[in-house]
Design a protein around this ligand. Structure first.
Ligand code: T4K
Length: 399
């Protein structure tokens, strides 16, 4: 390991890693299994539109989640748009700002006002008390996000939704394979939407799924995902093209086969990070509730610099030079991005936790592309950087 500042790549040393370590580097299951399925797709000459692989994936996901309806979609953003419209949500919808911008865009895209709500500093999820205060006569729904795969306070949100007759939808993009009080995410609210994007620990290249236990809602979502077609030449509803294709479904079936292994790797990685980061002053790893099922797909560090020590952005700059592509998800918060920054210039005043958390977060790589040795090497860099504190800050200032 490096032991002096001069050895950091930023100051002329060799990068610690010979290739880039990405947050969100895809996990890839059994290639032979995938290629065999792709061959079968070619043989059948059925490439999309509710093919066999999509049907099989929906069935298996339904079994895995214990949910009645699974509608596979082309990505979670379109999935959210469809679910929002199927409910239907209108007017104003309460949503966190500490999320990937797709959550807010899915509302704004359909002329629904996202009403940004602050989050709990410990869970990083919607603060139910503020949700309650933000309800107006125009509010039609709550869109919660299970950030990092840690479920929202679904019981409190459901109680508010029931009391005020609001639609409750969850952006479960991060939460495939996670449970809340022993029940799999996918069963909460009126519907939930998963992302199976390449960067998710379970991927279908691009893709996602809408899940619900509501028969009528499921039927409507299914129609809307396929242009509103109820049968050949028979359109009964407005709709869009939200379909998943067969190759993506084949990838999903391949990923599903490897799921337990992916989670086990993430868990081992998380334990290694926990052990190492505990020794570094100012670094707090967000932990998962070990009495529940988790996917451990995000290694989320809240970093609070020691006096005179390197800032979060200093550390990220240092890591990038070493080929560790750490990320600042979801800095700076949706409300500080366009069009929301211009539309709601003062909304940040009620989002103190969101802004503080967004300035502290550092997401580190995990998944099957990482192992115990690479995590130790990565943590050696962080340990040295923080130990060098003011000397490092001075060197960075001089660059
Ligand atoms: N809701 C939430 C809470 C979400 O986090 C997301 C997506 C959505 C909704 C919408 O889901 P989708 O419509 O995408 O299904 C990435 C993903 O594109 C996005 O799916 C994900 N969240 C978000 C957290 O991350 P970017 O803009 O950060 O992507 P990019 O290109 O910077 O890639 C992310 C990292 O992954 C990089 O470090 C590179 C690495 N990477 C990426 C790809 C595609 C790889 O190593 N290999 C790859 O193939 O959004």
């Amino acid at each position: 390991p490096k032991s002096t500042l001069d050895e950091f790549a930023l100051f002329g040393g060799e990068p610690a890693f010979g290739h880039k370590l990405h947050v969100g580097q895809p996990n890839i299951g059994d290639r032979a299994h995938f290629l065999d399925r792709v061959n079968r797709i070619f043989d059948s000459r059925w490439l999309t539109n509710n093919g066999e692989a999509v049907q099989e994936l929906e069935r298996r996901l339904g079994e895995h989640l214990g949910v009645k309806h699974v509608i596979a979609v082309c990505n979670a953003t379109v999935g959210l748009e469809i679910a929002i419209r199927a409910m239907p949500m209108e007017g104003e919808v309460i949503v966190p700002s500490l999320t990937f911008v797709a959550t807010a865009h899915a509302l704004q895209w359909q002329q629904i006002t996202p009403v940004f709500c602050d989050v709990d500093p410990v869970t990083h999820n919607l603060d139910p008390e503020q949700v309650r205060r933000l309800i107006t006569p125009r509010t039609t729904g709550i869109l919660g996000v299970h950030l990092w795969g840690r479920p929202c306070d679904v019981d409190a949100l459901q109680a508010i939704a029931d009391e005020h007759r609001l639609h409750l939808l969850f952006d479960a993009a991060h939460a495939f394979g996670c449970s809340h009080q022993g029940r799999m995410v996918g069963n909460f609210g009126r519907a939930e939407v998963f992302s199976f994007h390449a960067t998710k620990f379970f991927n279908t290249f691009e893709g996602g799924a809408i899940t619900t236990n509501d028969d009528a809602l499921a039927a409507k979502i299914r129609l809307m995902t396929n242009f509103g077609f109820a049968g050949y030449d028979n359109v009964v509803h407005v709709g869009t093209n939200g379909k998943m294709n067969e190759v993506c479904a084949a990838m999903g079936l391949t990923s599903l086969q490897a799921l337990d292994g992916f989670i086990a790797t993430n868990r081992t990685n998380a334990d290694t990070y926990a052990e190492r980061l505990a020794r570094i002053p100012g670094m707090k790893l967000c932990r998962y509730d070990t009495t529940e099922r988790n996917n451990f797909q995000y290694v989320v560090v809240e970093y609070m610099p020691q006096p005179g020590g390197p800032s979060r952005d200093d550390l990220i700059r240092l890591l990038w030079a070493e080929n560790v592509m750490a990320r600042k998800y979801f800095w700076p918060g949706c409300h500080r991005m366009e069009p929301y920054r211009t539309l709601f210039p003062t909304v940040g005043e009620r989002l103190p936790q969101t802004e503080a958390i967004a300035d502290r977060l550092m997401i580190l790589p995990t998944g099957t592309g990482m192992n115990t040795a690479s995590i130790h090497a990565l943590c050696d860099l962080l340990e040295l950087a923080v130990a060098q504190g003011p000397a490092l800050s001075a060197r960075l200032g001089a660059l």
